[in-house]
Design a protein around this ligand. Structure first.
Ligand code: TXA
Ligand code: MG
Length: 317
């Protein structure tokens, strides 16, 4: 069983403790604007190994390195003009850029799982920003869930991990993970749909955003090949009617047992999605149903997470 430590309010004192702990090769849970992350010093092989172990994460699935901004990013990756433009526009924020790794990047090898690229993100959360600045170098942080399970958007969702320090800053503002975008010689490949939708990214970049098909993406986005976002219960999509024994996540006019957004707003639904799935898991019901979610804006990322959850948990995708 995991050792359950009560989360600590993310005040200056607790943040300083986390920085000290990370500096000694420890791991800690830190909030970001997307989901809670399991943080480690990206330069420390021991610390990074602890992250993989705590999550039960396959070694072939690389981690995102969190930086304060573009200047720190330049220590780790080559930054072509197209990437610089995206950083200027969207950082700090929910955009992860996959870029050619610098040969002299001060990173533990396991962070990039043997790839020639590195994933970088400057998070828009004062607590994670303070942790990175305090450590003075990149912070490797995957979502703070057991590999394959629901992502945590509140400190109390982290209970399944054995981590000595959990910082609590309340619910995450955005609620789905960052968009993962590979910048490859002037092309943009969306490896994971996320908080920023591809139309917004393409417009800012002035370049089309390609969404590699699953087969093509497998070597590109290692994480997408693994079982993901699975609740402990089977999950059915596009459900419009209540049924006994099924916890229904509503949307808009479909009320359900918990409405993701009574107003039918996909941004609000993204912010409540994982908390709602955690509630459904704890409801004692046998299945989960989810009302239809429109494909617009962050709706594409919500639909991606739900389809993966349905497939992984044996529901009807
Ligand atoms: O919002 C987020 O991105 C959160 C917060 C904590 O920042 N982090 C997060 O990390 O979702 P994680 O590890 O759960 O997902 C990272 C994704 C995985 O699908 C991984 O395979 C992919 O990014 N990734 C990391 N490095 C990569 C690389 N060099 N090339 C391709 N994909 C990469
Ligand atoms: Mg994850």
């Amino acid at each position: 069983m995991a050792t359950t430590r009560p989360p600590r309010a993310a005040d200056a004192h607790a943040i300083a403790d986390v920085v000290r702990h990370l500096g000694r090769g420890g791991i800690a849970v830190v909030p970001t604007e997307t989901v809670y992350g399991l943080a480690a010093d990206a330069a420390s092989p021991e610390a990074v190994a602890r992250v993989f172990r705590a999550k039960g994460r396959p070694a072939a699935n690389p981690l995102i390195v969190h930086v304060t901004g573009q200047e720190m990013a330049a220590l780790y990756a080559e930054i072509p003009p197209l990437a610089a433009r995206l950083m200027t526009r969207f950082w700090p924020g929910p955009l992860t850029l996959v870029l050619p790794k610098r040969a002299d990047a001060p990173l533990a090898d396991a962070v990039t799982a043997g790839l020639a690229t590195v994933a970088l993100r400057a998070p828009d959360h004062p607590v994670m920003q303070a942790v990175i600045a305090g450590l003075g170098r990149g912070v490797a942080a995957p979502s703070a869930n057991v590999s394959g399970r629901l992502s945590p958007t509140r400190a109390e969702h982290v209970h399944a991990l054995d981590v000595p320090l959990v910082l609590d800053a309340g619910p995450c503002r955005l609620g789905v993970e960052s968009s993962v975008l590979k910048v490859d010689r002037g092309r943009l490949l969306l490896l994971r749909p996320g908080s920023l939708d591809s139309a917004t990214l393409a417009e800012a970049a002035g370049v089309a955003v390609e969404a590699p098909g699953n087969a093509a993406a497998a070597p590109e986005a290692p994480g997408m090949a693994f079982r993901h976002y699975a609740p402990r219960l089977p999950l059915d999509l596009d459900v419009t009617e209540p049924a006994p024994g099924r916890f229904l996540l509503g949307f808009g006019a479909i009320e359900g047992d918990f409405n993701l957004s009574p107003a039918g707003d996909v941004t609000e639904a993204a912010a409540t999605l994982f908390d709602a799935l955690h509630r459904a898991e704890a409801s004692g019901k046998a299945r989960i149903g989810v009302a239809p979610i429109p494909d617009r804006g962050v709706g594409a990322a919500i639909r991606d997470r739900l389809a993966r959850a349905a497939a992984a948990a044996g529901g009807t995708p």
